[in-house]
Design a protein around this ligand. Structure first.
Ligand code: SF4
Length: 337
């Protein structure tokens, strides 16, 4: 079928900044289609390193406009109880995609675009890129027939824009599976050589992070602040429910010191090389002593019988000292999340 209208064809791209979504945009814009790239980011994305935004770099390189959309509270609520469950760790991939594709559909409708497309590859990821899962995402996001996956299009039923001749299906690909060899080759041939994040990055697929997040939700803690703290330091949960975090290096110590809130207490061993330790929401003496003992354990005074540990609130001025024995490793192990 050929084009029946002279109206410029428009499409909405989901752009992670990774290789697959970059190639998908190239395949669509090479057909003369107007592309608006949309980049969703949640508190769990790791693709955007400080001072860099992969999606912005890709959109600049491909000369397509970019809209960035942050997913906050709504995403966290979905994450606590995803309709289609979790993958191997805490990754709710189907629900996550349904949310982002639903938002992409809304942008498609607002802007009068003809379809939405992504760099998804059939069979590349076990949870969200099986054929049936891809179909669920299409249906639940309200994109029936208008969600195109150019990298695997030839293995799938033609979409409405393909059937209407708005785009040429012949120019699409039939990639499937986990190997990225074809994509790497294509990237090389198209002069795309700086894909810093080829597989995308999501903390929810990381076991250690998922364990800490599960513990957080089990204790009714779900603020963005608590979630951001999970990215720093060693985390401990006392049997009485309080949370303690210890910095692992200078960077994390600085971060913890800067991030901690008014309701938190901070600790540092007075006469030793010491981490910053944060105790969340408690000022009970016994709990403070536990936090101080953890601080002493990770300080250079760990082999001493007693260590002096300063504690203070949000101001820099120390407000008190506790003299404690460094906590024993077998006890500490029970608290470690
Ligand atoms: S890996 Fe993370 S960002 Fe990607 S679909 Fe799954 S939950 Fe969403």
């Amino acid at each position: 079928m050929t084009r029946t209208t002279s109206k410029k064809v428009k499409a909405i791209a989901l752009l992670s900044g990774g290789l697959d979504s970059t190639l998908a945009i190239k395949l669509i814009s090479d057909q003369g289609i107007d592309v608006l790239a949309v980049n969703f980011f949640s508190p769990f994305c790791t693709c955007n390193r400080p001072g860099r935004c992969e999606a912005k770099e890709v959109s600049d390189k491909l000369k397509v406009p970019l809209r960035r959309i942050g997913l906050g509270r709504e995403y966290i609520e979905m994450l606590k109880s995803p309709k289609y469950g979790y993958g191997k760790n805490m990754n709710p991939c189907l629900d996550c995609r349904i949310m982002t594709f639903t938002k992409a559909r809304q942008i498609m409708e607002e802007t009068g675009a003809d379809f939405v497309f992504s760099g998804e590859v059939l069979g590349q990821r076990p949870m969200s890129q099986r054929r049936d899962a891809m179909r669920i995402v299409e249906r639940d996001s309200g994109l029936d027939g208008r969600l195109l996956r150019p990298l695997s299009a030839k293995l799938m039923k033609p979409t409405i824009p393909e059937e209407e001749g708005l785009i040429d299906r012949e120019k699409f690909l039939a990639i499937q599976g986990r190997s990225r060899k074809v994509q790497m080759k294509l990237a090389e041939n198209s002069g795309i050589d700086d894909y810093a994040c080829p597989a995308g990055g999501c903390l929810l697929t990381d076991k250690g992070f998922a364990d800490r997040l599960r513990d957080l939700f089990e204790h009714g803690e779900d603020s963005l602040y608590d979630i951001n703290l999970l990215k720093i330091g060693r985390h401990f949960r006392l049997p009485t429910g309080q949370k303690i975090i210890a910095g692992r290096n200078e960077d994390e110590n600085e971060h913890l010191n800067a991030l901690a809130k008014e309701e938190d207490l901070k600790f540092s061993a007075k006469e030793h090389g010491s981490p910053i330790v944060v105790l969340r929401r408690s000022r009970a003496r016994k709990i403070m002593e536990r936090a101080a003992a953890i601080c002493a354990r990770y300080s250079s005074g760990r082999h001493q019988a007693e260590v002096a540990v300063l504690y203070w609130f949000d101001s820099q001025d120390p407000t008190g000292t506790l003299r404690v024995r460094p906590i024993k490793d077998q006890v500490l192990k029970r608290y470690l999340i």
